[in-house]
Design a protein around this ligand. Structure first.
Ligand code: ZN
Ligand code: ZN
Length: 261
């Protein structure tokens, strides 16, 4: 089993360091562990959900130490990033270049809409915010910096209806994934986030089954990750994610082969 999306204490809302996740991964029978904490940013934008820029060397060192301590486990050096054009050179030259990251994940957790900061997990929003989220996500996909898209359907947390707007935005994201050969992630953490009441019934915030049903109509690849925020969450809910893969006949890829590492 493989899991390419996990965090560490540095993002301030997860527990444990790389070695704790690695130890658990070995016990759980995982053979590839991707460590992908919420990225540091040069201007420390919204510091409460990410590591400080000064912690970057320590994060890299923690990964390299764990790689030495657990040689039976393949540990990859990753980062989960919000896209903004102004960070392009930081991602490209610092993370992928200087620090030699194996991969970057695109995960759009917050964004500005009409000058207001929108956190996807905080408030219920409308079609305008959905459109801004979608456009920003797709511009990140176009940037060529990222290896896959985390929880593309996380807009289900703030946009409650599955309507024409939701379908159009989903199609736009899925078409970009097809055009840029960018796998989409079914995110295990969503199964833990609980349910939400909508006019169309009670459902998970994400994953959104109709999004994945729509994805099955395109030539796109998917992967399932835990998005663990605690060591014992490594590998969690992969079975539930796999169930969606099977239900809709989606094409699953292994990231290691995809990355040609
Ligand atoms: Zn997180
Ligand atoms: Zn994550």
């Amino acid at each position: 089993m493989r899991d390419y999306h996990t965090h560490t204490f540095r993002c301030k809302h997860a527990q444990g360091d790389v070695e704790d996740y690695a130890k658990y991964a070995v016990e759980y029978g995982i053979d590839v562990l991707g460590v992908s904490d919420h990225t540091a940013l040069p201007d420390n934008w919204i510091p409460e959900i990410r590591m400080d820029i000064s912690e970057l060397p320590d994060y890299v060192e923690a990964i390299e130490k764990a790689q030495k301590k657990y040689p039976q486990l393949r540990i990859l050096k990753g980062m989960e990033c919000e896209y903004e054009k102004k960070y392009y050179s930081f991602f490209q030259e610092e993370l992928l270049g200087k620090w030699g990251f194996d991969y970057l994940i695109l995960g759009q957790h917050l964004f500005y809409c009409d000058g207001q900061l929108v956190y996807f997990w905080k408030d219920i929003k409308g079609a305008k915010e959905l459109k801004v989220y979608t456009d920003l996500l797709v511009s990140g996909m176009e940037s060529g910096l990222f290896t896959f898209v985390a929880h593309p359907d996380a807009f289900g947390s703030f946009y409650l209806r599955w309507d024409e707007e939701a379908k159009a935005c989903s199609r736009y994201i899925i078409e970009a994934a097809e055009a840029y050969h960018l796998p989409l992630e079914i995110n295990g953490h969503g199964f833990r986030k609980g349910e939400i009441k909508t006019a169309q019934g009670v459902r998970l915030k994400y994953p959104l089954p109709p999004f994945w049903e729509l994805a099955s109509q395109y030539n796109v690849q998917v992967l399932v990750n835990s998005d663990a925020h605690q060591p014992q969450e490594v590998g969690a809910f992969l079975t539930e994610g796999q169930e969606l893969v099977e239900r809709y006949g989606l094409e699953i890829i292994d990231l290691l082969e995809f990355l040609e590492l």
